[in-house]
Design a protein around this ligand. Structure first.
Ligand code: KG4
Ligand code: ZN
Length: 345
């Protein structure tokens, strides 16, 4: 089966073509047209601008995806993200997908962006049956931070989520306080990597919000406020110095990692998880990847930690193709397909 998948849920225009054989996914093309430069001056995604860019980008991105895939067989279905995401952006992709499905006379399969982030783990080339259930999934992106119990593909229960800012949002907002560019996650990670403990001048210690709470919820807005207070109390000379920004970047990253790992391990123990599945843009963070793998190995000897390749952590349409494949029987008439900005898994 060949699936052409589209995602325009946020600020990336994504189209991928996948060939699926016995639940193995071969990526024929995976094009992501990033709007990062455009949104940088606003320090975040500006929805009406993102929608305009998606409109401009969709056709060239489709042409590129088709060219790269060099298709010998015809496409069997079109997959489209219907939510969660930014309403005007979602609609742009949905309308494009509907027009394409009508023109090519193909079925249209709706996909959930959060499920797609989890199923990005099925894009790995090793045999898929390595992923055993139950699994605890940690989905951490710019808009979401959720811990999800997965009994099998298609059967999910949200057991915890953020009460305010998402983990990615916390990276983005604290980076902005420090004067770093959007998206904040990669900017903070790059600076944190340069920090050496022996260079520590400020002995910064940020809070780890809700780390010991009995539930599986998160809260990151207090962390952002703590960064702002510390930043404001410093002199201009200090807060613009490389030493301070590097040390702060390291501490922000570690505070977020500590909370994410502690809650994930706790959930995995309670639900006797056999797999830990990570997904979403923040999963591209190398330090988190390393520390999560180590923690699972040490504290969960019967579980395996799965991480998507870094290019499948941030938004892409290949993961949407996987989600659509597993939901292919739930086809809807294209007239029923609409954007669901607050869609839950
Ligand atoms: O999944 P994604 O591409 O889009 C959403 O669905 O939101 O996630 C984007 C988020 C941004 O907040 C960005 O700062 C964060 O992922 N991110 C990172 C890294 N790369 C992207 N956060 C930490 N470390 C990274 N290396
Ligand atoms: Zn995403």
């Amino acid at each position: 089966m060949i699936i052409l998948a589209i995602d325009t849920s946020c600020d990336d225009t994504c189209i991928a073509i996948l060939e699926v054989k016995k639940e193995k996914f071969k990526i024929l093309s995976n094009v992501v047209s990033s709007q990062v430069k455009l949104h940088q001056k606003y320090g975040g995604v500006y929805p009406s601008l993102a929608k305009r860019e998606h409109r401009k980008n969709l056709e060239p991105v489709l042409k590129k995806a088709l060219k790269e895939a060099n298709l010998l067989k015809k496409v069997d279905a079109i997959a489209i993200t219907i939510g969660p995401g930014l309403d005007p952006c979602l609609w742009t992709g949905i309308n494009f997908a509907k027009a394409l499905a009508q023109e090519w006379k193909l079925p249209l399969i709706p996909a959930n962006h959060i499920e797609a982030h989890i199923l990005a783990n099925w894009l790995i080339t090793k045999p898929n049956n390595l992923i055993k259930f139950p699994a605890i999934c940690l989905v951490i992106s710019g808009g979401h931070s959720q811990l999800i119990l997965m009994k099998k593909i298609g059967k999910y229960k949200i057991i915890g989520e953020t009460r305010d800012d998402a983990a990615g949002e916390c990276f983005d907002k604290t980076a902005r306080i420090l004067g770093l560019s959007y998206p904040g996650g990669p900017a903070i990670a790059a600076l944190a990597k340069k920090f050496k403990i022996q260079d520590s001048r400020f002995k910064l210690k940020l809070p780890r919000p809700m780390i010991n709470s009995k539930d599986y919820d998160f809260s990151f807005s207090g962390l952002k406020t703590a960064v702002l207070y510390d930043f404001k109390k410093r002199s201009k000379k200090i807060r613009t110095s490389k030493g301070y920004v590097k040390e702060m970047a390291k501490e922000i990253q570690q505070a977020i990692i500590d909370v994410l790992i502690k809650k994930t391990i706790k959930a995995a123990k309670e639900y006797k998880a056999k797999s830990i599945l990570l997904g979403g843009g923040v999963t591209a963070n190398n330090e988190l990847r390393k520390q999560m793998k180590e923690a699972v190995k040490k504290q969960l000897p019967f579980a395996i930690c799965h991480l998507p390749f870094t290019n499948f952590c941030t938004d892409n349409a290949a993961m949407v193709g996987v989600a659509a494949y597993f939901n292919r029987k739930k086809k809807k008439s294209w007239k029923q397909i609409k954007a669901e900005a607050n869609l839950r898994i």
